[in-house]
Design a protein around this ligand. Structure first.
Ligand SMILES: *[C@@H]1O[C@H](CO)[C@@H](O)[C@H](O)[C@H]1NC(C)=O
Ligand SMILES: *[C@@H]1O[C@H](CO)[C@@H](O)[C@H](O)[C@H]1NC(C)=O
Ligand SMILES: *[C@@H]1O[C@H](CO)[C@@H](O)[C@H](O)[C@H]1NC(C)=O
Length: 178
């Protein structure tokens, strides 16, 4: 959905640096319990929230390398979320939509990212950043995590280009392709 690879790579580098810088302190905190990863943003980090009727990510060849069939990831294999989770020594967090429909494995955190989303509403009509954070706050209110859980948790945010794409498609004179 996004075509702004440069932004993505910069973002990825920043995230990796941040995680690297804080690795030790998180390893320290892990002694207090399993770390959680909370994910917000777009298709670069969405592991299955975008609905099937909307996204090609639920069709082959997406997912054929990992997890072996389409899973809603916008990749044939692992995505940034999976790598960061593995780096932290936890599993990839459950997609929010799976939790909402009864999924229980939230010990690794929750992934609120929806492919196509942005800070603002986009042409893909997915929950924007504010809405994703609202989902997170609603989840916290249900007391599914302790204070200590949250204290040692990490947020991963990816906003790579859907806001730009939306602006260009509505008001721009130049449509980026490639
Ligand atoms: C985010 O989405 C909500 C619900 O559609 C909307 O009320 C809000 O204005 C949006 N926020 C932004 C910054 O576009
Ligand atoms: C949160 O972490 C800080 C720093 O590690 C610590 O001082 C504080 O007691 C922790 N609070 C809770 C509720 O675990
Ligand atoms: C496009 O321009 C209109 C009119 O100025 C504005 O209301 C709208 O928010 C703009 N769309 C985007 C995506 O910026």
């Amino acid at each position: 959905m996004e075509k702004f690879l440069v932004c993505f790579f910069l973002l990825a580098v920043i995230v990796v640096l941040e995680v690297h810088a804080t690795r030790e302190s998180y390893q320290q905190q892990q002694k207090n319990g399993r770390r959680k990863l909370f994910v917000f943003g777009d298709s670069y980090v969405d592991t299955g929230n975008t609905p099937k009727f909307l996204a090609n990510s639920w069709k082959e060849p997406y997912g054929i390398t990992f997890p072996g069939k389409p899973s809603g990831r916008f990749s044939d294999g692992h995505i940034l979320t999976d790598y960061i989770a593995s780096f932290l020594g936890i599993g990839s967090p459950l997609p929010y939509q799976s939790w909402k429909s009864g999924g229980k494995s939230i010990q690794d955190g929750i992934n609120f990212a929806h492919g196509g989303s942005g800070v603002f509403n986009t042409i893909y009509f997915q929950p924007n950043m504010t809405t994703q954070i609202d989902y997170f706050q609603q989840a916290i209110k249900q007391k599914i995590y302790s204070k200590q859980d949250l204290n040692s948790s990490i947020a991963l945010v990816s906003l790579a280009g859907n806001d730009y794409a939306t602006y260009l498609s509505q008001n721009g004179t130049l449509l980026v392709s490639g």
